[in-house]
Design a protein around this ligand. Structure first.
Ligand code: NAP
Length: 359
């Protein structure tokens, strides 16, 4: 693990920063997290052609409990294009449109931190969870997008799940994972979420989600070497469902470990995870990326999803599994750890490592 960043790693002046898809659910979280950020200056906001030219405060259906900052409300929405002249770009675009826009920005020298699925499995793009695989940032040296770079944030379910699995993989090895998810409505976005019939209902299918989780977890837990990432050889079988929860994905996992381990050892692995990792001390780093909650009815979205600023995966209900070794329940904030906060922490890590040029 790399040592925590020293103050000399911080940029001398805040870096000019843009948010693409700023009016969406992930974009709004990015706007809120970037306002008053010590390293990034929120300089430009972009959305679809239908919103371009409008003041942000008029175009956005602001969904956060705190008031939209007045300065941001008056910012004019711009096209998602290279003319944004930003050093750092956070993309919260749909995968349908993200590819060419993100590559065009990287070609102009921007460092693009993306929440879209488009580049996640590109062999030269780090699929980054700052506490889990910071060494994968080295992949940017293999990119040919231009003077900038693209770093991908995983799928919202993957991001939370790997914070529960990585401590076990590190301490005991990990062979098999059986996963069932109960995912929040906000995971479908502003547009996708409106069409969901979730009243007195559950949706047993989320298009593409299970395949994404299965491939992304193996990539993130994989080893990064001279030939790129060698995916972890664990077997993961996922069933993903959508439920009538506003924010927070609940994950029920059964795991087979590489060696025998007792409950106390698993809990110690979760509780000790992240201490001294390369992301400790970064502005958005949670105090506890993974925490075990012993109450028998924990974790619950209503009680635990906002802990540590929404950047924590809360694990609970650890008990023996009669099919594999152990089973547990984990909870993660899909819009924060699974999207905006995770991407921001990744950007902070890249800046702290001196990878993002300041000029
Ligand atoms: P969303 O609420 O539907 O927002 C989509 C955003 O993209 C809006 O700002 C929209 O602008 C903009 N947009 C749409 N078409 C565009 C175009 N042609 N050019 C430029 N901007 C365009 O979606 P979301 O939930 O925030 O998700 C954003 C991305 O993050 C997606 O790729 C999603 O898969 C990923 N993600 C989402 C979550 C989650 O929990 N929701 C978690 C992880 C990753 P207008 O308002 O002008 O239409």
């Amino acid at each position: 693990m790399a040592p925590p960043p020293s103050p000399s790693c911080c940029p001398r002046a805040p870096l000019r920063t843009a948010v693409l898809g700023a009016t969406g659910l992930v974009g709004q979280r990015l706007v809120a997290l970037l306002e008053d950020h010590p390293w990034f200056e929120l300089a430009a906001l972009a959305a679809s052609p239908a919103s371009t030219g409008r003041p942000y405060g008029e175009a956005v259906r602001w969904s956060l409990p705190h008031t939209l900052p007045a300065r941001v409300a008056t910012m004019e929405l711009r096209p998602a294009s290279p003319e944004l002249e930003a050093r750092v770009v956070f993309s919260a675009l749909d995968a349908d449109v993200a590819g060419p826009i993100e590559r065009a920005l990287a070609a102009t020298g921007a460092w693009v931190f993306s929440n879209a699925a488009t580049h996640r499995m590109h062999p030269a793009v780090p699929l980054l969870v700052a506490e889990v695989n910071p060494d994968h940032l080295a992949l940017v040296g293999r990119q040919d997008f231009g003077p900038g770079a693209i770093v991908a944030n995983p799928n919202c379910t993957t991001a939370g799940l790997v914070l529960a699995l990585a401590p076990l993989a590190e301490a005991f090895g990990l062979r098999r994972v059986q996963l069932v998810t109960m995912q929040a409505r906000s995971g479908a976005g502003l547009v996708g979420g409106t069409g969901l019939s979730l009243e007195d209902n559950l949706l047993p299918h989320i298009a593409g989600e299970e395949e994404k989780v299965e491939s992304e977890v193996a990539r993130i837990l994989g080893a990064c070497g001279e030939d790129g990432v060698q995916p972890h050889d664990l077997a993961l079988s996922a069933t993903c469902t959508r439920v009538a929860v506003t924010d927070g994905h609940t994950l029920c996992a059964s795991v087979q470990l590489g060696r025998e381990a007792g409950a106390e050892e698993l809990i110690a692995a979760w509780e000790g995870f992240g201490a001294g990792s390369g992301s400790s001390g970064l502005p958005t780093a949670p105090r506890h990326p993974t925490r075990y909650e012993p109450a028998p009815d924990a974790p619950q979205p209503a009680s635990h999803v906002e802990l540590d600023g929404g950047m924590r995966t809360t694990v609970g209900r650890l008990r023996p599994c009669s099919v594999l070794d152990w089973k547990f329940t984990a909870l993660t904030h899909n819009l924060v750890r699974g999207a905006a906060g995770g991407a921001l922490l990744g950007a902070e890590l890249a800046v702290a490592r001196g990878l993002v040029p300041s000029g």
